[in-house]
Write a protein that binds this ligand. Sequence first.
Ligand code: SF4
Length: 374
Amino acid sequence: MHLYIHIPFCKQACHYCDFHFSTNTTHKRAVVEAIAREIVLRRSYLPDGDMETIYFGGGTPSMLSEAELNFLLETIHRQFRVAPHAEITLEANPDDLNASSLQMFAKAGINRLSIGIQSFHEPHLRFMNRAHSAMEAEQCVGLAQQAGIDNISIDLIYAIPAERHDILLSDLSKAFTLNVPHISAYCLTIEPQTAFGSWLKKKKIKPIEEEYAAQQFEILVSSLRENGYEQYEISNFARNGLYSNHNSSYWKQHPYLGVGPSAHSYNGASREYNVSNNAKYLEALQKDIIPTTIETLSAADQTNEYLLTGLRTKWGVELQKLETLSAGGFGVQAKDALERMTRKGWIREDSGILVLTQAGKLFADRIASDLFID
Ligand code: SF4
């Protein structure tokens, strides 16, 4: 079983971000209490079993106080049986990490950190409106390791408009010196509802060139591979098999419960989407109502979701499972597209499993959508 907790607060708005968060923390304590209430109300959402992963995402969960974090963890332990070696991840920003906060996280039971470093290049951090400095980005990992948290992932962003690759190479070489077992690297995307989206509309910034992004992706993948990181998902790289168990559960279509404003849940047959508004979330939970929208998944939805997430991973997708999910529709509807992708050298079949080739990884989402069924 897997649990996601969305903490919808941030110190400031990064210019590229379209996640749900608020920079007004007046009601932080009340929202934390509402999330705890939702955990209680939703304790039967998942079938019985041990909670194997718990993930505090956001927003910025490292803004939680010791009392708030412990309160949420105590609530979780009261409602669920947490596996003895459960992976408990907290997303953190470098400016929140110091010796005392890290000791507090470790003491509370956090055994994995996902740190939003994004870049070690000061002008890029300022361009994206990150709240931390390049120096804080370089120092926070060492501090976490000293506090006894070794299972660390760092996030990096590539294809930041600079039209040069040396900054990415320098970011990567700094990342390698930190000796972290996991790196997530995401291509900068410009979403309409963000500061970058509005600047793009006003022509204050240029769109990100596809070719530049593809070149950066190739540099990234080869550099990570040369330094011992396995690309187990398009954007995720691990050393020594230290994958993110929580995120892997999403990609493998395991059921999970998501609590907090904007969190999603999945039980195999439907998805639920919590309201992306802190005030509406609070108001509903104060009346013991879960403000969620339920979407029942059709056979085609389930098949297409499996393709979209599974093809991005090293585990690929099982042909037999595609047939089962689509009630026999996949083989018939996707036959031509599959032959075309195979001829292009983008996909291959190995003992009933479809996986993307290295060339295909550049077009993962497009390949999946070409294989979608109706
Ligand atoms: S800290 Fe994270 S969630 Fe908050 S605005 Fe920046 S990218 Fe978005």
